[in-house]
Design a protein around this ligand. Structure first.
Ligand code: NAI
Length: 458
């Protein structure tokens, strides 16, 4: 039997592709050696958000709600309960993906698939669980793994269970008294936020002079200030030189040495695409400069009929990017014109308060030589924000081009993750500030601030 599409990997890219392919009547096989759902569902987006929600409620209960006239006695966070609930949520969602796969009539092969060249008819061969499967097209959606830097002593600390990556940190049975997080990207900051709320003494070590990676500098600085006020310590411009059990030896940018003592160490210094051991060489599939499988905007690789989506191509390692890339690949396989756009991919750091960004920042626009104007408003401009929100220092920035098209938006303040999609729509649809101002938003909402900013420009 020949499949229309063979999918390697059952994470967001793989399961979305299988669902879409099935929806459009393509004969599909999906290969997954672990639980369906990938990192996002099992050890990433969903479990962390489940835990962060408990942390937020606990923050309110233990005093954060006093300013709203609500006080409680004896508030407690039951970490074991929180992780058990997280596991339940994950289980339910994984079961949902299993259902989707059934509905899509996809053949699920519970083993890793390995590319093994072509058969005599020129079809692609995938080997899995001792069997051979043939297909007209292949989608590689093998995801990514946590990067582990070659720091002396780190391997030993990982084996001893003192250090861990995103996977291990989510399964800790107890809240560590002292947690050191290496890397102030999304994973590092979100986990720092949870464990700070849960009672850990948290130190974050970051090589750059800023947190949040490519986030807008002002927003990252405000976020850092908020986190610091909550008791999280930051060592920015600092590099870990070696690890000795729970002792972390590092150096600051000025050469000054430091030692941090920790009960647990979270390594969150980025992820690398899973491209080894999947038979890429059998078909001559090329990698790009980022170490992922090189793809174009249609998700095609250098080999016609082979596509790659999600973290495996290393372009934008986010579940929502993976969904859209998978949809693009399936459409292209169906002969429908579709291209992946990377100019409006939202990015959120789910701390409390949340930071969100989409499109260009002032900094990325300047790097591209774009002439832009930035509109800035404090989040307190919004009545709803004043009425409900705890973080008084949040800001919104809109980045416009010379014709006042919206190129980017970023903000700090809740619920940034729910507001930023409106700006993803605006960028995707090439809306101007005037278009935005002509759109009616419900009152009172925090999102209204987007219109208020646009009105400033009319
Ligand atoms: P990241 O790439 O976002 O951040 C890693 C940070 O570690 C960077 O700021 C980097 O400068 C720093 N770093 C690297 N080497 C270091 C060293 N030796 N010492 C100190 N600092 C060092 O990586 P992260 O947070 O691990 O996330 C991985 C991927 O997962 C990213 O693509 C991220 O976007 C995605 N993700 C997204 C989430 C979200 O959207 N909310 C949540 C979790 C993950």
């Amino acid at each position: 039997m020949t499949y229309d599409i063979l999918i390697l990997g059952g994470g967001p890219a793989g399961f979305r592709a299988a669902e879409r392919a099935g929806h459009f009547g393509l004969n599909t096989a999906l290969f997954e050696g672990k639980t369906l759902g990938g990192v996002c569902l099992n050890e990433g987006c969903i479990p962390t958000k489940t835990m962060l929600y408990s942390a937020k409620l606990y923050d309110y209960a233990k005093g954060g709600a006093a300013k709203y006239g609500v006080t409680t006695d004896g508030a407690a966070l039951d970490h074991a309960f929180v992780t058990a609930r997280k596991d339940k949520v994950v289980k339910k969602l994984v079961a949902g993906v299993e259902m989707q796969m059934k509905k899509a009539r996809a053949t699920i092969v519970r083993a890793n698939g390995i590319l093994a060249g072509r058969n005599e008819a020129g079809e692609f061969i995938v080997e899995a669980g001792g069997e051979k499967f043939c297909g007209k097209n292949v989608l590689i959606a093998t995801g990514s793994s946590a990067s582990v830097p070659p720091i002396p002593g780190l391997k030993e600390a990982l084996s001893a269970g003192i250090a861990g990556t995103n996977r291990e940190i989510l399964s800790l049975k107890e809240v560590p008294a002292r947690l050191t997080v290496v890397g102030a990207g999304a994973i590092g900051l979100e986990m720092a936020s949870y464990f700070n709320s849960a009672g850990s003494d948290v130190t974050v070590i970051e090589a750059l002079d800023r947190i949040g990676g490519r986030f807008d500098r002002d927003i990252a600085a405000l976020l850092q200030r908020n986190c610091t006020a909550r008791g999280i310590k930051f060592l920015t411009g600092s590099r870990v030189q070696s690890v000795e059990g729970g002792l972390i030896h590092g150096t600051k940018a000025n050469g000054e040495e430091f030692i941090v003592e920790a009960d647990k160490i979270l390594i969150a210094v980025g992820r690398k695409p899973n491209v080894q051991g999947i038979g890429l060489e059998s078909l001559g599939i090329e990698l790009g400069a980022n170490g992922g499988i090189r793809t174009d905007e249609t998700m095609r690789t250098n080999v016609p009929g082979i596509f790659a989506a999600g973290d495996a191509n290393g372009v934008s390692m986010l579940a929502h990017t993976a969904y859209r890339e998978a949809e693009t690949a399936v459409n292209v396989i169906r002969g429908i014109d579709d291209v992946m756009r990377y100019d409006a991919i939202p990015s959120v750091i789910y701390t409390n308060p949340e930071a969100a960004s989409v499109g260009e920042t002032e900094e990325t626009a300047a790097e591209k030589g774009l002439n832009v104007k930035t509109l800035k408003l404090p989040m307190l401009f919004s009545g709803r924000y004043q009425a409900e929100n705890e973080g008084g220092n949040g800001i919104l920035k809109l980045v416009l081009d010379e014709e006042k098209h919206i190129l980017g938006a970023c903000m700090l303040g809740n619920p940034a993750s729910e507001i930023v999609p409106a700006m993803a729509v605006a960028i995707t649809q090439r809306m101007t500030a005037a278009d935005l101002a002509q759109t009616v938003f419900p009152h009172p909402t925090v999102a209204e601030i987007l219109r208020d900013a646009a009105l400033m420009e009319l």
